[in-house]
Design a protein around this ligand. Structure first.
Ligand SMILES: Nc1nc2c(ncn2[C@@H]2O[C@H](COP(=O)(O)OP(=O)(O)OP(=O)(O)O)[C@@H](O)[C@H]2O)c(=O)[nH]1
Ligand SMILES: [Mg+2]
Length: 359
């Protein structure tokens, strides 16, 4: 029998919304136990050896229990994870990884829900990772009457996983990237990664995703001010959601204007209007994602994966160096700080010195 924790993570995923403490919407996904999970013969359950050929075959068949079990191991980086990652390698590179990012409340989750329906209508499969910027919220307290369930419980063509980013400061956690691999190996055609577009998060998503969709909406305060923080720079596709709201057209024109100031490939960045709540414009959005995706796929799987790996190594290395420097605070760092404060040493040189000490 799977443990109770495993069984609660098995089965179908739901995509929920509800208001959270600070007024923003929070996304919760709940993993439901299905009776079929319990009654399934032992031989078909996720076993200890998730990296076995049989288990990988079940994962590749998008058997939810195996997908969920693999994700759990990869998220925790359990002792089984490295064998599993190795076993997944030959099956990677099929999925188009689509990043959905933008200011809080722009309608990212609602739009992802609408996109899931559109993808399924076309007979293709989709995995979603929603990175919750704060802590996971347990139970129904937060789930008021605003709950909307979209991903059909019995639809094996959809898998949604929410991932708390708590505990990993500054950007996308390496766990999120391992989960992308699990969903990719499972054969989902699209893997969507939803993150709030702030600081390091947006830089990470830009590097990890094949197609970057940046979502804005009218009435988010300063309109495109909300988009200023580099989000425009990373967009392959810009979306003005809440097309039913007053000011949507104005926001769209502002974005088009801001893009025209941007140099380089700006002219090629489509700016689309959607109404996630009604589904309007979502078909066009999927079309745009596919068009951009075709260009990315043409670069070849190996190049895409290598680029991602290079970036992740650099990020992990930077985090490691920062942690070591903080841990070793005192002697060396103090001496360098003195030198910087006295004007004898530029910060860049101090950084170089401390890194060469680390090496
Ligand atoms: N009128 C209108 N409301 C929308 C639309 N799309 C989303 N909303 C509403 O906007 C609010 C925020 O939507 P979410 O999908 O949770 O936004 P989000 O960007 O995922 O928010 P965070 O994950 O908290 O950053 C919800 O109340 C939605 O119902 C739309 O097209 N039109
Ligand atoms: Mg959301």
């Amino acid at each position: 029998m799977p443990s109770s924790r495993q069984s609660s993570e098995d089965g179908a995923a739901r995509y929920f919304h509800g208001p959270c403490g600070n007024g923003r919407l929070r996304l919760i996904s709940r993993y439901m136990t299905r009776s079929t999970d319990i009654s399934a013969p032992a031989a078909t359950r996720p076993t200890d050896d998730l990296a076995s050929a049989a288990a990988i075959a079940r994962l590749r068949a998008r058997d939810r229990r195996f997908v969920a079990a693999a994700i759990t191991e990869l998220e925790r980086l359990s002792p089984k994870a490295s064998g599993l990652l190795e076993a997944l390698q030959p099956h990677l590179g099929h999925a188009l990884v689509v990043g959905f990012t933008g200011p809080p409340g722009a309608g990212k989750s609602t739009l992802v829900n609408a996109l899931i329906r559109e993808v399924r209508r076309g007979g293709r499969t989709v995995g979603v990772i929603a990175v919750d910027p704060s802590s996971p919220v347990s139970g129904g307290a937060i789930l008021g009457d605003r709950i909307r369930m979209t991903a059909a419980l019995d639809d094996d063509g959809v898998f949604v996983r929410s991932l708390a980013s708590r505990g990993y400061l500054g950007g996308l956690s390496p766990a999120a990237v391992r989960i992308i691999d699990a969903l990719d190996a499972a054969g989902y055609d699209l893997v969507i990664l939803e993150t709030v577009g702030t600081g390091q998060n947006e830089i990470d998503v830009a590097e990890v995703a094949d197609v970057r969709v940046v979502i804005s909406a009218p009435g988010l305060g300063d309109d495109i001010q909300a988009m200023k923080s580099g989000l425009l720079e990373i967009a392959d596709i810009l979306v003005v959601n809440k097309g039913d709201r007053e000011g949507a057209e104005r926001t769209l024109q502002q974005l088009v204007g801001a893009l025209s100031i941007r140099t380089g490939s700006a002219a090629k960045v489509p700016v689309l209007k959607t109404t996630a709540t009604s589904g309007e414009g979502v078909e066009d959005l999927l079309g745009a994602i596919e068009r951009v995706g075709r260009g990315v796929v043409a670069q070849g799987v190996a190049a895409r994966r290598r680029r991602r790996a290079r970036y992740l190594i650099a990020r992990a290395a930077a985090d490691l160096v920062a942690a070591r420097i903080r841990a070793g605070e005192g002697g060396r760092l103090e001496a360098l700080s003195d030198a910087v404060l006295s004007g004898r040493l530029p910060v860049e040189d101090a950084a170089r010195q401390i890194i060469s000490d680390e090496a």
